[in-house]
Design a protein around this ligand. Structure first.
Ligand code: PGA
Length: 245
């Protein structure tokens, strides 16, 4: 039985003042569901000191150290208090030109530090309309899956790019079909037993209104939530939906 994970992603939002939201989010935590939030690097230490649930980074560099101005390593994020990081978010794949190989290396850097990873995949609207969504997404899974995948440390988040921050969500049928395809790909790569233990999250305009339906969908083991993770008022009902699912 896979435990549900409701994870937030604050992106380039938040300040020391907004960490007060973590108190309300912690109060909404439920023993039946895992809760985690990825925050900007500048907030990791304060957030980790304050939160009663795991705090993560939104990205890390693939290298352990070196001449990479402006980047932070997995070990640095860990020292600050992060226990996981998102890797391969579409805003980094697109905005920072990150390749599948980069994403794989970043996940492996987290693994070296004993940290967890949420590895994101997802197609563009053009790819969905062209009928290539499944091939694109399973291709990303194949090419970005880290060595040592399997077990609790890795979750995969399916986030259709056209659903992120747009208020548009994929239909339950689309999500179930894609998660099924991802799980089948993982079974080919890792064997059915390991694949069936990996958590698959859905992300893209998850809100209090649609969370219950999405979290009940077949092969959906949690949610990766952007905008609605910024306040306890919006995030708490999603946690509750995860606990009930
Ligand atoms: P959103 O973002 O919930 O604001 O659509 C999701 C994400 O990018 O992880």
């Amino acid at each position: 039985m896979r435990r549900k994970l409701v994870a937030g992603n604050w992106k380039m939002n938040g300040s020391l003042a907004s960490l007060a939201e973590l108190d309300g989010i912690g109060a909404a935590a439920d023993a039946r569901v895992d809760v985690a939030i990825a925050v900007p690097a500048t907030l990791i230490a304060s957030a980790a000191a304050r939160a009663s649930f795991p705090i993560g980074a939104e990205d890390v560099h693939a290298a352990d150290s070196g001449a990479h101005t402006g980047c932070i390593s997995a070990g640095m994020a860990k020292e600050a208090g992060a226990v996981f990081s998102i890797v391969g978010h579409s805003e980094r794949r697109q905005g920072q030109c990150e390749s599948d190989a980069d994403v794989k290396a970043k996940a492996e850097a987290l693994r070296r530090q004993g940290m967890d990873a949420i590895l994101c995949v997802g197609e563009t609207l053009e790819q969905r309309e062209a009928g290539t969504a499944e091939a694109v997404v399973t291709g990303q899974v194949r090419a970005s899956l880290p060595e040592g995948a399997g077990g609790d440390w890795l979750a995969i988040a399916y986030e259709p790019i056209w659903a992120i921050g747009t208020g548009r969500t994929a239909t339950v049928a689309d999500v179930e079909a894609m998660h099924g395809a991802i799980r089948a790909t993982l079974a080919q790569l890792l064997g059915p037993e390991v694949a069936s233990a990996l958590r698959l999250l859905y992300g893209g305009s998850v809100t209090a209104e649609n969370a219950a339906e999405l979290l009940h969908a077949r092969d959906v083991d949690g949610a990766l939530v952007g905008g609605a993770s910024l306040t306890a008022a919006k995030f708490a009902p999603i946690i509750a939906a995860g606990a009930a699912a």
